[in-house]
Design a protein around this ligand. Structure first.
Ligand code: FAD
Length: 626
């Protein structure tokens, strides 16, 4: 234990993506001492990879936009399974969070009259994504980092360096300390040296992002192993709706080394279209009944929409992601895919080379450098890739608090906001809105709490658990991760069936003792094999939660498609599946989705609500009754 570094603060933030940094800013502004810990290098989080933009109904490009329209789009995108209060707060507060970033020094692209520019994206009725070319996440992270640095220099902290706001990167948290249902800190190790660290804190914000590395074809990078989800479960918190995983329709498919890397939706937002190997623009064949009123049923109208959105319907390439991903999957399955198992995404024949390189500079370089494809003159080959998890830690919508006292969650690691499917652009705004709230309420909780004390025994136990892979005599972690990814890809992927999900659960069960016995070799310094060995148990528990919930929900909705239970079932729309750990095993319970208030229900036509809900949920209204 002499080797353990001991730290303490009021608010500990785990994760330095947008959600974590925004929470840290807010907690520090509230006068608390804050430590931010990040597994990867500071500045390297998913948020930095975000390309398209952040959705906020500022109405800069189309004055008809407002929070009510954004709320409606978000609920539709999530197939009405969203926590309505989160979707409401998100739509109301996102514009302020974007403006606020500019006061911190961000500089978004501009409209001709000098306002923050907003671009089209799938499922959004109006141009709504504030963006910086296709490098929006980079600007967001850069700005928040700069704000953190400025807060380290504030009057109160002057002369104390980072004493009141400390960032520790390349450090992985492996355990939370819990006493009598309250969080009191966390345990982890510095990746470079292997040195252990124990941080005492009365309030902890989890902002660790997603689970994508449980799938082989993914847009997510190495650190997205479901750590926050698993830490929360082990601490006694609950996860909701883990069956809903977003497979982004357009990842690169060739060459194999880059399979899964994201091709931003902005390509379609800026005019790109999807074609099969026969050259057909196939999305017109895949407009579901519930979206027919909003999407063009012919190319001419779809094309007119780009210049005259008030009098034309949107092209079906901009349907929500789940619809587009399933359509691509069907085309490939029907034998109309490209040589490498994708479809074509063509912007070259639709926009000038200047337009493409100005609007999509990262995409241009990505394809040129990784695939030797010039997207200004050739189509891209694309296919679905695991991108985002809608499921996550169950939180209170107002405070971002989990079920565990003092434990908060924001950003991708939290659940509820996006329902069964997230609209593009709604993550960057989500993490700003709820990152701020998490920081604010974590600070408030810390103010009302005594500084906690960590006991030697609990630190020793966390240390022993972290060192366990060195004493094991099993397999290497890379083989086990490949085995886990193979199960998920084969049996819990974009299209699911009950027998396959049962098989997945059997295979996961068989994998468990092998993961328990995973072996690390070498020393503790710079040892990625050891790190992966520790991450594996997190990926495992998330995978089990996903497979169990996917088996239980026998309907198809958003990011969960059951071939043996096609279509949405209004009874299932009322149900959240809640995962907890019970004696070390994932157990599932059903819980009612909170019912929308009459004011919010009134934002929709009854005929639309009837497509999703049972009659007693949406009316009839008194007026219709009369
Ligand atoms: P992240 O930004 O993922 O950060 C997580 C942090 O937690 C990291 O610092 C990580 O190191 C740390 N961490 C993880 N585990 C641990 C641990 N055990 N201990 C310590 N630290 C840990 N969304 C949009 O809205 N618009 C877009 O245009 C868009 N484009 C995208 C493009 C790509 C290629 C990808 C992958 C995603 C995109 N998304 C987009 C989604 C969006 O970027 C993410 O959902 C969002 O950034 C998640 O933010 P976060 O703060 O929750 O977590």
């Amino acid at each position: 234990l002499n080797d353990v570094e001991h730290l303490a603060c009021d608010v500990l933030v785990i994760g330095a993506g947008g959600a974590g940094l925004r929470a840290a800013v807010e907690a520090r502004l509230a006068g608390k001492t804050v430590i931010v810990i990040s597994k990867s290098l500071f500045g390297k989080a998913h948020t930095v990879m975000a390309e398209g933009g952040a959705a906020a109904a500022m109405g800069n490009v189309n004055a008809n936009d407002n929070w009510q329209v954004h709320f409606r789009d978000t609920m539709r995108g999530g197939k009405f399974l969203n926590n309505y209060r989160m979707a409401e707060l998100h739509a109301q507060e996102a514009p302020d969070r974007i403006w606020e970033l500019e006061t911190y020094g961000a500089l978004f692209d501009r409209t001709a009259d000098g306002k923050i520019s907003q671009r089209n994206f799938g499922g959004h009725e109006y141009p709504r994504l504030a963006h910086v070319g296709d490098r929006t996440g980079l600007e967001l992270i850069r700005t928040l980092q700069q704000k953190l640095v400025s807060l380290q220099q504030d009057d109160e902290a002057a002369g104390e360096g980072d004493a009141k706001l400390q960032v520790i990167d390349e450090t992985t948290i492996t355990e939370l300390f819990i006493e009598q249902g309250r969080v009191k800190g966390a345990f982890g190790y510095r990746r470079g040296t292997g040195r252990f660290m124990a941080v005492a804190a009365p309030a902890v914000v989890l902002a660790t992002g997603g689970i994508g590395r449980s799938f082989k074809v993914t847009s997510n990078s190495w650190e997205y192993t479901g750590d926050g989800h698993a830490l929360a479960l082990r601490a006694g918190a609950s996860l909701i709706n883990m069956e809903f995983i977003q497979f982004h329709p357009t990842g690169m498919v060739w060459p194999p080394s880059v399979r899964g890397i994201l091709v931003t939706e902005s390509v379609r937002g800026d005019g790109g279209v999807l074609k099969n190997s026969e050259g057909k623009r196939f999305m017109f064949d895949y407009i579901p009944e519930v979206f027919k009123a909003q999407y063009a049923d012919n190319p001419e109208e779809g094309d007119r929409w780009y210049t005259d959105p008030d009098h034309n319907r949107r092209p079906p390439e901009l349907l929500p992601r789940d619809e587009v991903a399933r359509a691509i999957n069907s085309e490939v399955k029907a034998g109309r895919g490209t040589e490498h198992g994708g479809v074509f995404l063509d912007i070259a024949s639709r926009r000038s080379a200047e337009y493409i390189t100005e609007r999509l500079p990262s995409m241009y370089h990505q394809f040129k450098e990784l695939a030797d494809v010039d997207i200004t003159s050739e189509p891209m080959e694309v296919g679905p890739t695991c991108h985002y998890i809608m499921g996550g830690i169950e939180v209170d919508p107002e405070t971002a608090s989990s079920k565990v006292t003092g434990l908060y969650a924001a950003g991708e690691v939290s659940g509820g906001m996006h329902g069964s499917n997230r609209l593009g652009g709604n993550s960057l705004s989500d993490l700003l809105v709820f990152g701020k709230r998490a920081g604010e309420f974590a600070a408030e909780h810390a103010t009302a709490s005594e500084p906690p004390k960590l006991r030697d025994e609990e630190i020793a136990a966390a240390q022993a658990e972290a060192l366990r892979p060195f004493g094991n005599d099993g397999e290497n972690p890379y083989e086990l991760q490949a085995a886990l990814q193979a199960i998920n890809g084969r049996l819990v992927g974009i299209i699911r069936r009950a027998p396959e999900l049962e098989e997945a659960l059997r295979e996961l069960e068989a994998l468990k003792p092998r993961i328990d016995n995973v072996t690390a070799v070498g020393g503790r310094a710079y040892n990625p094999g050891w790190h992966l060995a520790l991450d594996l148990r997190n990926m495992f528990v998330c995978s089990v939660a996903t497979a169990k919930a996917a088996l239980e929900r026998d309907e198809s909705r958003g990011g969960h498609t059951r071939e043996d239970a096609p279509g949405m079932d209004p009874e299932w729309r009322r149900v959240n599946l809640v995962a907890t750990l019970d004696g070390g095993e994932v157990s599932l319970a059903r819980q009612d989705v909170p019912a929308m208030t009459p004011e919010l229900l009134g934002l929709f036509d009854t005929s639309e609500l009837a497509k999703y809900m049972t009659p007693e949920e949406y009316g009839p209204t008194e007026a219709e009754d009369a």
